[in-house]
Design a protein around this ligand. Structure first.
Ligand SMILES: [Zn+2]
Length: 337
């Protein structure tokens, strides 16, 4: 890729809409927190842990991801993890981020909901990057567990803007969470769900028609269904695509096979995101550069992706417009055709 396009992509204003905060825990911080909290890890060193990051699918990743999260016990741990991510986001010129967190990963270990939410939220308040929170339900657990989690989180309702659905997709279709999503909709929470990463297009339909989500996380398998692709384009339904994650978890064989360009060409509001950056080899700019290095993407695509990231966000219309004006001003210096 041309050097100037690289720097344009790195420096452009952007939003991140698909980042699991527990997936930003770097091995160094995992070991530091383990020592601070007296937790013993099943890995001898930072290097041994990093070497274990060779995944064959989503489940093999989740097993290590949950082991890493076990070092998070005190509010300050959640603060430090979130602050570290936000510093990296700021360095990548992320102006706004909507952060996923998985309370069940922590409450199941006896960590109080207040510890989780207050630590993450306080770090967001202290950052120069605009940041809001989306509480995700773990789909491999029951819907009753999700409902109990929602109830436990409601005293902190002012600290998160929406809910999502993550963890093991195949075998845990969106329909399983119809009741809890219906309740969240009544509460005025914004709704998203992972669908069509490893799961089939039917899961994307169910996320739309049963859960009534406003954004699809991943969704890359939509292209297997022409009617679905057309519908997503017509509805302007955003997809939060995570290129490095898709390669690490073998959704695509390599980056040259990734369908990001086809998604954009199909008129979809596709965005690029980092998913679990500590585990998948990079933060937002590294995801963008990996895609631009391997696919025939140019300046116009960079502009489109920067715009899409704000259009797809849950910011107010006024705030969206302010960021879109910044994107336009930034790209005005370059030769867009
Ligand atoms: Zn994800």
């Amino acid at each position: 890729m041309h050097t100037s396009l690289r720097s344009i992509v790195q420096n452009m204003p952007k939003a991140e809409l698909h980042i699991h905060i527990e997936g930003s825990l770097e091995p160094e911080l995992i070991f530091a927190l383990a020592e601070r909290n007296g937790v013993s890890l099943p890995y001898a060193s930072v290097e041994a842990l990093r070497a274990a990051y060779a995944f064959k699918d989503l489940q093999s990743f989740l097993d290590i991801y949950y082991a890493g999260a076990s070092v998070l016990l005190q509010e300050q741990d959640f603060y430090d993890m979130t602050a570290a991510y936000l510093r990296r986001a700021e360095a990548d010129h992320v102006r706004h981020t909507e952060i996923f967190f998985d309370p069940q990963t922590h409450t199941a270990r006896g960590v109080p909901m207040a510890t989780v939410i207050n630590g993450i939220h306080r770090a967001c308040q202290d950052s120069p990057v605009s940041a809001t929170l989306i509480l995700c339900f773990l789909r491999h657990l029951s819907e009753d567990d999700a409902i109990a989690t929602l109830e436990a989180a409601l005293p902190y309702r002012d600290k998160f803007i929406g809910v999502g659905l993550d963890s093991s997709e195949v075998g845990n279709p969106p329909e399983k969470f119809a009741r809890v999503f219906s309740r969240c909709k009544d509460l005025g929470l914004r709704l998203v769900a992972h669908a069509g990463e490893e799961g089939p297009p039917a899961y994307i339909y169910a996320a739309l028609d049963v859960l009534h989500v406003e954004r699809i996380d991943h969704g890359v398998r939509c292209l297997e269904d022409h009617a679905l692709t057309r519908r997503l384009a017509e509805e302007g339904m955003p997809l939060t695509v995570c290129p490095l994650s898709n390669i690490k978890l073998c959704v695509f064989r390599d980056m040259k096979q990734h369908n990001l360009l086809q998604l954009l060409d199909a008129g979809l509001v596709a965005t690029v995101n980092s998913d679990d950056p500590a585990y998948f080899g990079g933060y937002l700019n590294e995801n963008l550069l990996a895609a631009f290095d391997s696919l025939p993407l140019g300046l116009q695509h960079a502009y489109q992706l920067a715009r899409n990231s704000f259009v797809a966000s849950f910011l107010s219309e006024a705030d969206k417009q302010k960021h879109l004006d910044d994107v336009d001003a930034y790209f005005a210096a370059f030769n867009l055709t």
